[in-house]
Design a protein. Structure first.
Length: 238
């Protein structure tokens, strides 16, 4: 087991271009327009998200915003800011408490809880074995919500809603024999790795909940017909 864990950590930090699951904490050094600036870290990728914490005093603090890395330049990371309120992704100018210099930023927030979107049980088990140090969210939780909504073809908004509902920060997609770690807030690919899938592929993804039916009976367009093609398009992969 220890060897598996060490191998998985090595795979994440080395083969995935210094991608890290560990939280990285820093402070805002400046505000440029509608973006915050922090010191760069090689373990934080463009597209990675974090939370911004404002300290009222020595005893009271609160999360006031989300942040996504949009650019790296000259030893700095530039962050786009968002409301920290469920699915509200409007920009921050009208927010009552705006981030300022000195506020704390924690990147890779909830990155150790991951929802794998894979096409069958064997690939689900393979993911768990390959990354035993992760807290894996079972796809049944997401499938249950989709079934309640008669939604067999999850959209970006559905994934974001599930990320917030079950408190996880990363998604993992197995597409065309590659694995993609995707940030829940930005929906950007922040790491890629080989991930070979064998066997029949289930739609819309591996789950023990069967027959997620569309509310649009008989139309046939509101479904995942080809697993790889659907998620390749959803993720904007080439």
């Amino acid at each position: 087991m220890i060897k598996k864990i060490l191998f998985s950590i090595f795979m994440i930090t080395s083969a995935l271009y210094s991608f890290s699951l560990e939280p990285y904490q820093t402070q805002i050094t400046s505000i440029v327009g509608n973006q915050a600036v922090v010191t760069d870290s090689p373990t934080v990728q463009i597209g990675s998200s974090g939370i911004i914490i404002h300290n009222y005093d020595s005893k009271h603090r609160t999360i006031i915003a989300k942040a996504v890395v949009t650019k790296k330049d000259a030893g700095n990371m530039y962050l786009k800011l968002y409301y920290y309120k469920d699915l509200n992704m409007d920009a921050l100018p009208s927010y009552k408490i705006v981030p300022k210099v000195g506020d704390t930023v924690i990147f890779n927030y909830l990155y150790k809880r991951v929802l794998p979107i894979v096409p069958n049980e064997s690939s689900f088990n393979s993911f768990k074995q390959r990354f035993p140090n992760l807290d894996v969210v079972h796809p049944d939780l997401f499938a249950y919500e989709l079934a309640k909504d008669s939604n067999p073809a999850p959209k970006l908004s559905d994934f974001r809603k599930e990320c917030n509902a079950d408190d996880f920060g990363l998604l993992f997609f197995a597409v065309n024999d590659n694995g993609y770690f995707v940030d829940c807030t930005s929906f950007k690919v922040i790491a890629k790795m080989p991930f070979v899938v064998e066997g029949k592929k289930q739609s819309p993804f591996y789950t023990r909940i069967k027959n997620i039916k569309s509310k649009f009976f008989g139309l046939g367009s509101d479904e995942v017909k080809k697993f790889d093609d659907y998620y390749q398009k959803l993720l904007g992969l080439k």
